[in-house]
Ligand binder design. Structure first.
Ligand code: SF4
Length: 266
């Protein structure tokens, strides 16, 4: 069995504890307006045209997005970084796209990583069948779980899918006493109004456990907007400003009232 991966990031420090290798798995059932990895949405390999400049000259060349990796390929990559990983108490992270979309491969990869002593993290939108999460929970040391909007209609409008399964899966993971960091993208005009932020705070406060390690506030940013044209996708966030650092500080203090550690940025 092989998994389709569009990027491998070594020495990653924002996708879980310590120094990690992050595998970005291709394919996502959501289509968030602000997604900064649009190359991760289509679940098939893609070839896109890339323009490179050298002085006044422009060169067109093709670029592959998505390559198949076996579990042994993954272990081979990790083995080369084992010293950095073990000295920093790091590990391996499966991100995306949505890693649960390739849950069969993900399960095999997580099993092999655990057998080989690596700390495992799954970075997920939460959108998958509960049975898939039940299989992944015992193999995952930490979930980075996105919470985008608590209103179903708004969630559907901006991500293309309902939040009902997502919220149920998050509750199930918290009830299973798995370690979790909740990641909230702060997207102006989508989820940053006072009423909604208050609802998220109450939700987190209601379902928190001592294994909910942190709330991670991720400010919307425009990095990745240039990729949309390349992948023939519409960019729907034109005119939306990134939240200021003063605003992020204010939100950090607001969520810290839950007693949970709050981090801002990736
Ligand atoms: S869930 Fe993540 S990868 Fe999928 S579309 Fe949304 S932001 Fe992009």
């Amino acid at each position: 069995m092989k998994g389709l991966i569009f990027n491998v990031k070594r020495y990653s420090i924002h996708d879980g504890p310590g120094i990690r290798v992050t595998f970005f798995m291709k394919g996502c059932p959501l289509s968030c307006w602000w997604c900064h990895n649009p190359e991760g949405i289509n679940p098939f390999p893609e070839t896109v045209e890339k323009v490179e400049k050298l002085g006044n000259m422009k060169f067109r060349k093709s670029e592959e997005a998505g390559k198949y990796y076996s579990v042994s390929d993954i272990l081979g990559i990790l083995e080369k970084e084992r010293i950095f990983i073990s000295q920093s108490n790091g590990g391996v992270t499966f991100s995306g796209g949505e890693p649960m979309m390739q849950h069969e491969f993900l399960i095999e990869a997580l099993k092999a990583c655990k057998v080989n002593g690596y700390h495992t993290t799954v970075d997920t939108s939460g959108y998958s069948m509960p049975a898939n999460f039940k299989a992944v929970i015992p193999l995952t040391d930490l979930f980075l779980f996105d919470l985008k909007h608590l209103d179903d209609a708004k969630h559907k409008e901006y991500t293309g899918v309902s939040n009902i399964e997502i919220i149920d899966n998050l509750k199930m993971i918290l009830e299973n006493m798995s370690f979790v960091m909740i990641r909230i993208p702060v997207v102006p005009g989508f989820n940053d109004d006072t009423d909604h932020l208050e609802r998220i705070k109450v939700f987190v406060d209601t379902y928190k456990t001592d294994k909910l390690l942190a709330i991670n506030l991720l400010p919307y940013h425009r990095i990745g907007s240039s990729k949309y044209k390349k992948f023939n996708l519409p960019y729907r966030m034109d005119g939306v400003q990134q939240p200021s650092s003063a605003r992020m500080k204010e939100l950090k203090e607001f969520f810290a009232e839950t007693g949970i550690k709050v981090k801002t940025g990736g």
